[in-house]
Write a protein that binds this ligand. Structure first.
Ligand SMILES: O=C(O)CCC(=O)C(=O)O
Length: 299
């Protein structure tokens, strides 16, 4: 579907536009069936990263013409996929997503990007639809703190310090509809209190302006210069073992990065303490220095 001028304006002023119809009922059944088959093999999974690189059906979803035609209106004709993510909330499930901006770790806000959140089930308040703060993208990058919590679908548990929830909107979608949101939009979602599951298939789109990065990208439209990027080929057959191995590797990498970050924060802290200690050894503590100063001045 083509976005109207009004919808493009909403995307710019609110940082999100919805509902936008992308898939037919038959296409939704096809994608949902393929996903549920995978979910049946990997029970308990509620977060599925990078399916488009290992499953032809997921690649087909992420590169569907109706989807790309809409994204092209926002990003122009050079389009890359920088990731996909499924958030699956079974019926009566406590999983939620804390209020956050996608840009916090991805840096997607530095070059053109957009996220398509595609509903494969109805997505409404009762089953924990996405919620967003319209206009929040205009605040730029906000600081986040990480609170890991088993029910939070964000692995690091990043969250924005203060959110005016009164201004939040429910991103209500029917199956086959999507929202498009900007990377600095503050958004999240609540638990699923209903009898129905909620499935969102998210595709992260960027352009060839994105800086050099380790993560491979998929070129889906255009032929601009991508020599600084690693371009991957579409998957040829379903490979759930390779996908799982890849997820475990990504998890290990993330854990190592976190430990390194934690380590450097500790090192910085230790350096500050040791530096202060050394200064005190040479010059005395602040109060000793004050005492000396007072004494010198005869006060
Ligand atoms: O699916 C959700 O509940 C949240 C989605 C989200 O955080 C995202 O699309 O970045």
């Amino acid at each position: 579907m083509t976005l109207s001028r009004q919808q493009l304006e909403t995307y710019n002023t609110d940082g999100i536009v919805f509902p936008v119809k992308v898939f037919s009922a038959a296409e939704v059944i096809y994608f949902r069936t393929a996903l549920e088959k995978l979910l049946a093999d990997f029970e308990q999974l509620k977060r599925l990263d990078g399916l488009h690189l290992f499953f032809p059906w997921a690649y087909r979803l992420a590169t569907h013409d109706a989807l790309l035609n809409t994204v092209e209106q926002v990003l122009g004709e050079d389009i890359l996929v920088d990731g996909t993510l499924v958030f699956y909330k079974p019926a009566h499930d406590s999983s939620y997503v804390s209020w956050h901006q996608d840009s916090v770790y991805s840096t997607w806000h530095l070059t053109p990007s957009t996220s398509a959140w595609i509903a494969l089930t109805p997505s409404k308040r009762e089953n924990g639809c996405m919620r967003a703060i319209p206009g929040s993208h205009k605040q730029g990058q906000l600081s986040h703190t990480n609170h890991r919590d088993k029910s939070n679908l964000l692995v690091r548990g990043e969250q924005v310090a203060t959110v005016n929830e009164a201004s939040a909107v429910d991103v209500v979608l029917e199956p086959g509809e999507m929202s498009l949101h900007q990377s600095t939009l503050v958004h999240g979602s609540n638990a699923n209190d209903s009898d129905q599951p909620r499935i969102g298939f998210i595709v992260r789109f960027v352009t060839n302006q994105i800086a050099k990065q380790e993560r491979p990208v998929l070129r889906v439209r255009g032929n601009g210069d991508c020599s600084h990027l690693t371009i991957v080929q579409p998957p040829t057959e379903n490979d759930s073992h390779l996908w799982r191995r890849n997820i475990s590797r990504a998890k290990a990498r993330r854990r190592k990065e976190d430990l390194e970050n934690h380590g450097s924060a500790l090192r910085l802290c230790a350096r500050n303490i040791l530096g202060k200690q050394k200064q005190e050894d040479v010059h005395g503590t602040t109060s000793q220095r004050n005492d000396r100063r007072f004494t010198r001045r005869g006060e």
